[in-house]
Design a protein around this ligand. Structure first.
Ligand code: SAH
Ligand code: SF4
Ligand code: F3S
Length: 432
């Protein structure tokens, strides 16, 4: 019997994309991956629950996908990821899907697809890290890869669903991390991003995140190393010292602030104050003067006063973020905010605040990019620019996108580029 045809569609964070590659690896003995959904015998949708609009997108897509069953009777459709974990049986009853498998149960997929066991498995685990599974890279650019170093989250920020959908925090064995990176390097990858909801709390035996980074940077000295995400309460000076010591560790830190108001941060259960956050920023700037700093911000969380919102704007200006992801608060059932607070900021005020935050960040990003005009920098070529086939796009150490005419280089090369112009979103340059 030939292999079945599997189509995977992924929503949400980088960890979900990394998980889809684990799923592809687990199913690779029985299935070939196809890139056209119409060819599939099995469709797996790896989903995200972080905000309501993320879930709505998936519901809309499921309507389209389940219609395909009218034409193909044997088609199996499965929901994976955070919506599987959050909605469980309810999703199974309400949608015409065949299986619901949570983020820690992917090893059961072969048996579930053969209908040998229950089609619903949302058991979370204290220990699963899929450590020995080498992810199967079925999409992506062949240059830059994600490597999960931990799973789950123990922080319980009051607005956030992740601790409920991903379960308890656990770190992956160091040898299995090094082994996966070695595979990537052998396959020609030039950059790896170590992933976790809070990489700074990585711990395995005597290793913490700083020592892990040091080992990775030394062992893979010609590979670029990045990481995400850092929780401000755990970002150590020890890590900043390691970052300063190794050229191949990229000078870019994603440090989600969420808010600039200490009172608001307390309601969010973030466990740091505005001053603590600014202290971490000062330490980054001291150890790593050329480090880019990016952040996540939420507008319109419970009881947000005008003053608290202004504190977020002033924090943004004070830090001068190079980049930010910005969101409107979306109430998630089961979280502490849902149980104990009111989602009481009117929609139009949430939208207005978010728009102002986005406009301010646009200015800050533009200021940051203008400072790079005239500089020469190393860029890792990731592939052709989407807009112009005669140009390449890549990233610098600071994780900024750089566009330049192709010249005599290839995808996967480290090249020197002189920046000649910029927009708020990209740097434009010429190959040196
Ligand atoms: N672990 C990371 C964040 C993961 S979720 C960290 O702690 O920084 C990514 C971002 O989504 C969060 O940083 C937050 O800004 C946003 N987010 C999470 N829950 C949200 C909610 N209920 N409404 C709006 N934005 C939310
Ligand atoms: Fe969510 Fe907070 Fe955990 Fe990040 S640290 S995933 S925001 S609970
Ligand atoms: Fe979304 Fe789950 Fe990631 S909720 S952001 S896919 S951990």
């Amino acid at each position: 019997m030939g292999k079945g045809k599997l189509y995977i569609e992924t929503y949400g964070c980088q960890m979900n994309f990394a998980d889809s590659e684990v799923v592809a690896a687990i199913l690779s003995p029985e299935y070939d991956i196809v890139d056209n959904v119409k060819d599939a015998d099995v469709i797996l949708v790896n989903t995200c629950s972080i905000r309501d609009n993320a879930e709505q997108r998936v519901f809309n897509r499921l309507n389209e996908l389940t219609n395909l069953k009218n034409k193909k009777k044997h088609l199996q459709i499965g929901i994976l990821g955070c919506m599987a974990e959050r909605l469980k049986d309810d999703l199974f009853q309400k949608s015409n899907v065949d299986l619901i498998v949570g983020p820690d149960a992917y090893r059961m997929l072969p048996e579930i697809l053969k209908s040998e066991i229950s089609p619903i498995d949302v058991q979370l685990s204290q220990t699963e890290t899929y450590k020995e599974i080498i992810p199967f890279k079925y999409e992506g650019n062949g240059v830059s890869a994600f490597v999960s170093i931990m799973r789950g989250c123990n922080n319980f920020c009051s607005y956030c669903v992740v601790p409920y959908t991903r379960g308890r925090e656990r770190s992956r064995e160091i040898d299995s991390i090094l082994n996966e990176i070695q595979h990537l390097v052998n396959d020609g990858y030039k950059e790896v991003t170590l992933l976790g909801q809070n990489v700074n709390s990585y711990h395995f035996e005597d290793y913490n995140f700083a020592t892990l980074m040091q080992i990775v940077a030394e062992k893979f000295s010609t590979t670029r190393i990045r990481f995400a995400t850092s929780h401000p309460k755990d970002l150590s000076d020890e890590l900043l010292e390691v970052m300063a010591k190794y050229n191949n560790i990229c000078k870019s830190i994603h440090l989600p602030a969420q808010s600039g108001s200490t009172a608001m941060l307390k309601r969010m259960n973030r466990k740091y104050s505005r001053e603590d956050y600014l202290n971490r920023i000062a330490s980054i700037k001291k150890h790593l003067p050329d480090c880019a700093i990016s952040t996540d911000l939420i507008a319109g969380f419970c009881d947000e006063t005008e003053e608290e919102y202004q504190a977020t704007l002033s924090l943004m200006k004070e830090v001068g973020f190079d980049f930010a992801y910005m969101f409107k608060y979306s109430m998630r059932e089961g979280t502490a905010a849902h149980k104990h607070m009111q989602d009481n900021i009117p929609e139009e005020i949430k939208i207005k605040r978010l728009e102002e935050i986005i406009a301010l960040q646009q200015e800050l990003s533009h200021i940051s990019n203008k400072k790079d005009v005239g500089k020469s920098m190393e860029v890792l070529v990731e592939g052709p620019s989407k807009r112009n086939k005669n140009q390449y796009f890549g990233r610098n150490s600071q994780n900024k996108v750089v566009i330049f005419d192709k010249g005599n280089c290839q995808k996967g090369d480290f090249v020197m580029v002189k920046i000649t112009a910029c927009t708020a979103a990209t740097l434009l340059g010429e190959l040196l």
